[in-house]
Design a protein around this ligand. Structure first.
Ligand code: TYM
Length: 334
């Protein structure tokens, strides 16, 4: 991977089942960008233990997520696809950057406030410093671009703040990354309450399309999606359910809103829902087939895990060596 391409970093948590929001908000953009960048796609398992996990379940989900990245079309030779816990630099840099992040900044993170409320019996220090670990993920690889959903915007902003602060003290150590947010897909909403983000942790299974839902389930969930009584297909904040369906349709097909509105002019919501189901199934069902095939090839997945961890380690050490020197740690004697 020695070339002069700019660097892309992104990751996902292996908790819960991936949703269409994860796919359209992140993975689909990863696929669109991966020819133009040198890419690191991480399964961020260190982040997952900020919430209590069942160990065997976490292990299985992490491996499935890595397999899903490949099934989605990311080539593990061209891209570095790996587990965060296999590269010690993430945790090391996170410690160092903890010392360059203020409590007040972390206190303002809305995701911390939400998660602390949801898990009031386990408000651990890791949950609080989660954004510093995320900043470390990104800065460790000198990423130029970070494709994510809009819910990660605040975390990206703090990453930039930390990088700029560190650079102001020690010179240009870190690349200051930019976020990349997809058109029509940066925030896919719940199918049952379109004022809320579609989320893995939603208690109502009808609120989310899961990437491993079968075709009949996907169609049923879209049929039941909440719309309104306006009975007109328009892209309007006053019709958030219909707006969300149009966003899903456009993000899935690559069409723009204007064309979609032309296509559905004078039609009822049933027609829109069927078209959205068709578009989503055309994306997801082939992905599921590749996923089920790949899962059987244990040896291949093992080799990806081994080789890519080494590649990520090598890239991470380059930054880490520089950072350690800058902050004044004694050099290792060889
Ligand atoms: P996570 O695992 O919650 O979500 C993975 C990605 O999916 C996006 N996403 C959505 N996009 C649009 N609409 C939705 N409804 C929706 N739900 C989720 C998220 O924005 C994200 O891009 N903290 C991160 C993981 C992380 C990371 C990183 C990401 C850790 N280190 C470094 C980028 C770079 C998270 O929990 O994402």
């Amino acid at each position: 991977m020695l070339n002069d391409k700019k660097i892309l970093f992104s990751g996902m948590q292996a908790t819960g089942s991936l949703t269409l929001g994860n796919y359209l908000g992140a993975l689909k953009n990863w696929l669109a960008l991966n020819d133009d960048y040198e890419c690191f796609y991480c399964v961020v398992d260190l982040h997952s233990i900020t919430i209590r996990q069942d160990p065997s379940e976490l292990r299985k989900r992490a491996r499935d997520l890595l397999t899903l990245y490949i099934a989605a079309g990311l080539d593990p030779v061209k891209n570095c696809i790996y587990f965060q816990s296999h590269v010690p630099g993430h945790a090391e840099l996170s410690w160092i950057l903890n010392c360059f992040t203020y409590m007040g900044e972390l206190n303002r993170m809305t995701q911390f406030k939400d998660k602390a409320q949801k898990h009031a019996d386990n408000i651990n220090a890791g949950l609080f410093t989660y954004p510093v670990l995320m900043a470390s993920d990104i800065l460790l690889y000198q990423a130029d671009i970070v494709p994510v959903g809009v819910d990660q915007k605040q975390h990206l902003e703090i990453t930039r703040t930390i990088a700029q602060r560190f650079n102001a003290i020690y010179g240009d150590v870190f690349t200051v990354p930019e976020g990349y947010f997809g058109k029509n897909s940066a925030k896919i909403m719940s199918l049952q309450d379109p004022s809320k983000k579609m989320s893995k942790s939603d208690e109502n299974p009808n609120a989310s399309i899961y990437l491993l839902d079968d075709e009949a389930t996907i169609r049923r969930k879209f049929k039941r999606a909440v719309t309104d009584s306006v009975a007109k297909i328009a892209y309007d904040d006053a019709q958030p359910g219909v707006k969300n369906l149009l966003d899903i349709y456009c993000a899935s097909t690559g069409k723009d809103i204007k064309d979609a509105l032309g296509e559905f002019e004078g039609q009822g919501y049933g027609v829109l829902k069927d078209a959205v189901s068709d578009a989503v199934c055309a994306l997801i069902i082939p992905l599921q087939e590749r996923f089920n095939e790949l899962k059987k090839d244990k040896e291949y997945i093992d080799s990806v895990i081994k080789e890519n961890a080494q590649r990520a380690y090598y890239a991470s050490e380059k930054t880490l060596r520089k950072v350690k020197k800058k902050v004044g740690f004694p050099e290792k004697i060889k």
